[in-house]
Design a protein around this ligand. Structure first.
Ligand code: FES
Length: 148
């Protein structure tokens, strides 16, 4: 292939690629110019076992927490009974921010707009209006299991 022939073919190829880009840009821009942000979905009721924690080495102190699979597990008090723990969805029901647990206040707080939820996930203060989903905590031989 001659140098001139190569450059000519390359030029045609570049135009074809650019034309394709222009068409893709126009079509994607006209479909939806303001898509809603994707909301992470916590595990639904009936999902079964979600995760486990070994209480011999994890969650040893009040306030310790573990977040897995969009669920936050928190130790509320000493002792290895299910009453010493709570597990709720970690995704705020208002606009999907990640909530955290306040040991001093004994509630879950969303840092984005200040919604507050009880230990069982009920709304204490808005703007959230829907409760957090609470999950079942069971303990057997110091192995804690969170399930839906
Ligand atoms: S996202 Fe949590 S209060 Fe708005």
């Amino acid at each position: 292939m001659e140098r001139g022939e190569f450059i000519q073919k390359l030029g045609i190829g570049m135009v074809a690629v650019c034309a394709g880009c222009g068409i893709a840009s126009c079509s994607s821009g006209s479909k939806n110019s303001n898509p809603a942000p994707a909301q992470p979905t916590p595990p639904a009721a009936g999902s079964g076992n979600l995760f486990s924690a070994d209480l011999n080495s994890e969650l040893l102190n009040t306030g310790d927490s573990k977040v897995i699979n969009k669920v936050i597990l928190v130790r509320l008090a000493a002792g290895n009974t299910s009453a010493s723990f709570t597990a709720v969805q970690v995704v705020c029901t208002h606009q999907g921010a990640t909530i955290g647990y306040s040991v001093s206040q004994g509630i879950f707080i969303c840092p984005l707009h200040g919604s507050e939820f009880s230990k069982t996930g009920q709304v204490v203060q808005g703007p959230a209006t829907a409760p957090l989903q609470q999950y079942t905590v069971t303990i057997n031989n110091n192995i804690l299991t969170v399930s839906a």
